[in-house]
Design a binder for this molecule. Structure first.
Ligand SMILES: [Zn+2]
Length: 415
């Protein structure tokens, strides 16, 4: 092991035991946060509670409306950021838990667990000498638009706080409880929306030769979209277009409508496929429309970019997880989306998925299910994943910056 690795190992052991001591309070905090969830854009009370819980350790500044950011450890030089999302979902909770929400919103995506884990990790770092700054990103609006992560990036948070890497961890019932899935490369897809409006001349259904048939046109366009995808993107790189809305007509059987709409989501995993696929869709739609004698407007509504984990951070985090006694798991790749990807697009970053279990439920409820309620152990499991992420990121920054630092010398002397 290198002197740097040994020094970080000594820090990891002390941080991990301090973390154990913080967990009972953090589990209590998680229940409190769970009881009082706030929807996207209205997270201010949640932020205020977290700022209070962190107040001994860090001063949090407001950013991106309901968001917050603060820094512990060395106040200059590069920092590692850790992100926790603040928002809940518009769901009526069905868990029956003693600490269930009664306000029509629910932490059904585990963000209450992420928040409590971040608080535990930061409080546990008090009294330790961190080699690099730790920046807390309390991020609003993960579940809706406009994206809170994008707002934080655009507010200059990463530059201003000298963030070299961002670390995130998300609970997931699809990973074995207690295990952590990292994995380099694409984890989530870029999610754009394609809004296609078709215009023609309406008329009597018995005289279609005197009108234009927008219904036939949108039907043909719908069938052409998977074909465009197949012919544009290599089958070795996941991509898809799914139509969520197809509409025309006002309910009559004997009226040919003049307008039709196809509204679809486009998911790509390689940034190089994103623009070419959209352009191919536009060409196909315009030509199909022309063939039916109608006009089509094709609009792309840009969503989050693909979430691409840094391969080195992922490999190093796996090592640290093993050293902390945490099992690894296969990477959780999907064509879902998470706005953590805006951080990944700015600096090499890492998102992990932490296996959790809802007690007494078979089958296990998925994320966003009104029965989803990971047990208390999820807080510690997420906090340890974040710790492994910080250590991996610190190892990369320090390893690149200097081979031997004051930090390694002090930690060697301590060990
Ligand atoms: Zn989530």
């Amino acid at each position: 092991m290198s002197p740097l690795s040994l020094a970080l190992t000594s820090l990891a052991a002390r941080w991990n035991s301090a973390l154990e001591r913080e967990l009972p309070a953090a589990e209590e905090l998680r229940r409190e946060l769970h009881r009082e969830p706030r929807l996207s854009g209205s997270e201010h009370p949640t932020t205020a509670r977290l700022v209070a819980a962190l107040s001994d350790a860090v001063r949090v500044e407001s950013v991106a409306d309901a968001g917050g950011v603060g820094r512990i450890g060395p106040s200059d030089g590069p920092a590692i950021a850790i992100r926790a999302e603040l928002d809940a979902l518009p769901l009526a909770e069905a868990t029956g838990a003693e600490f269930r929400s009664g306000n029509g919103a629910m932490h059904a995506c585990g963000h209450d667990v992420h928040q409590a884990a971040l608080v535990a990790l930061v409080r546990a770092a008090e009294g330790l000498e961190l080699p690099l700054g730790l920046v807390t990103l309390l991020q609003p609006r993960e579940e809706s638009y406009p994206s809170g992560a994008l707002d934080m990036v655009e507010a200059g948070v990463l530059d201003r706080w000298a963030v070299a890497h961002v670390i995130g961890a998300h609970v997931h019932p699809g990973v074995r409880p207690g295990a952590v899935a990292s994995g380099g490369g694409f984890i989530n897809a870029a999610a754009d929306e394609i809004d296609i409006r078709v215009h023609g001349r309406g008329g009597h259904a018995a005289y279609p030769h005197l009108a234009s048939d927008t219904v036939a046109a949108i039907a043909q366009i719908a069938l052409s979209l998977p074909e465009v995808t197949r012919r544009t993107v290599s089958p070795l790189r996941p991509a898809l277009i799914s139509i969520g809305t197809l509409s025309a007509g006002e309910g009559a059987a004997n009226v040919l409508p003049g307008e039709g709409r196809v509204f679809a989501t486009m998911r790509t995993t390689d940034p190089a496929d994103r623009q070419p696929l959209f352009e191919a869709v536009r060409r196909m739609v315009e030509h199909v429309a022309a063939a039916f004698g109608v006009q089509a407007d094709v609009l792309r509504i840009e969503g989050e970019p693909a979430l691409i984990n840094d391969v080195y951070l992922a490999a190093d985090a796996d090592d640290w997880l093993a050293r902390l006694g945490v099992d690894g798991a296969e990477p959780m790749r999907s064509l879902g989306a998470d706005d953590f990807s805006y951080f990944c697009a700015e600096v090499p970053s890492l998102m992990m998925f932490v296996g959790v279990e809802t007690p007494d439920r078979d089958p296990q409820p998925s994320l966003h299910d009104p029965h989803f309620l990971p047990d208390d152990s999820a807080v510690g499991a997420v906090a340890r994943a974040l710790l492994a992420g910080y250590l991996a990121a610190a190892e990369r920054v320090l390893g690149i910056e200097h081979h031997r630092s004051d930090f390694t010398e002090r930690e060697e002397a301590r060990a």
